[in-house]
Design a protein around this ligand. Structure first.
Ligand SMILES: NC(=O)c1ccc[n+]([C@@H]2O[C@H](COP(=O)([O-])OP(=O)(O)OC[C@H]3O[C@@H](n4cnc5c(N)ncnc54)[C@H](O)[C@@H]3O)[C@@H](O)[C@H]2O)c1
Length: 275
């Protein structure tokens, strides 16, 4: 269903790799709501993923940018304004990667070069993106910037590894930069803390299948899907949420406020009996 919530709005979407990506679903929903955008991803992801398909489908252009590289980001912001014919109304940062996770390094056995690369990609890239937008005065008043996070920023999920620290860093950047963007340009900055979702990044986490099933059983409304996350993001890009800023917004079917659910308790007891 479309409500034309983003009619006339222009933006930049980071992180659509393939059709499972949360950014992919968000791009499709934004298009349905009347928004226009430029798609971007790291050069290697453009070669490996299927972003061109999404670009054709949504009538969008793709501009390669490594989100850790300031020159790439400057080029991205300048070209986006040229293509879209003016300043930007919305930005989605849907980027995450831990080299320690990829290489199978335990949290207590990190390679710190990998750790640094991981936080640069997953957290500092959000600061860099906002700093480039801020310096170039590229955001329209009442614009909206969203990054995607996960609850391991607040609670312990051992297999999420150093991504937990990266997400805590990301959420803090949203608040700190959000203050200046709000004061100086009336732009809001928030993070959405999304349920575990079967995407390339999600499935990289050890034991993901158990993880996603457990979260689903714990949440009174079940896990939020990528499409539902796209819907929520559309609402945050719309004019209906103009005073929501500096927030980490849980979009998780209620998981974050649960202690235990009946279903989880029952399957635990059953497991105990079978021992
Ligand atoms: N899948 C989940 O369970 C889940 C849950 C909560 C939050 N998130 C977050 O959602 C966001 C999107 O991830 P997703 O699950 O859709 O997976 P995804 O793998 O589809 O997307 C991750 C994206 O990050 C991009 N990326 C990596 N390095 C980059 C770089 N240097 N420059 C630019 N882009 C780069 C990848 O190319 C990819 O498109 C991430 O921040 C992720 O942590 C995911």
């Amino acid at each position: 269903m479309s409500y034309n919530l983003l009619k006339g709005k222009k933006g930049i979407i980071f992180g659509a790799l393939d059709e499972n990506s949360i950014a992919w679903k968000t791009a499709e929903r934004i298009k349905e709501e009347g928004g226009d955008f430029v798609l971007t991803n790291a050069p290697i992801a453009l070669r490996m993923g299927t972003i061109k398909e999404l670009a054709e489908k949504t009538g969008s252009e793709v501009i390669p940018a490594d989100a850790t590289n300031i020159e790439d980001l400057e080029n991205l912001v300048e070209k986006s304004m040229e293509i879209l014919g003016g300043k930007i109304d919305f930005v989605l940062h849907a980027i995450g990667m831990s080299v320690n996770v990829r290489k199978g390094n335990h949290y207590t056995q990190q390679n710190y070069d990998f750790t640094q690369k991981g936080w640069d990609i997953s957290a500092v890239s959000f600061h860099k993106t906002m700093q480039v937008l801020y310096k170039k005065n590229a955001m329209n008043e009442w614009g909206s910037i969203v990054a995607l996070s996960y609850m391991a920023a607040q609670r312990v999920f051992p297999d999420y590894n150093d991504m937990a620290d990266n997400k805590a860093f990301l959420e803090s950047i949203a608040r700190s930069f959000g203050y200046f963007f709000g004061k100086d340009h009336k732009v809001r900055v928030n993070t959405i803390s999304q349920s575990p979702t079967p995407t390339t990044a999600g499935q990289g986490v050890k034991g993901f299948d158990g993880f996603i099933a457990y979260a689903d059983k714990m949440s009174p409304l079940g896990n939020a899907t990528a499409l539902e996350c796209a819907d929520y993001t559309v609402s945050l890009f719309s004019d209906l949420t103009r005073k929501v800023t500096l927030q980490n917004l849980f979009h998780d079917g209620g998981f974050s406020n649960m202690g235990v659910s009946q279903e989880v308790m029952e399957s635990f007891v059953k497991g105990q009996e079978e021992k």
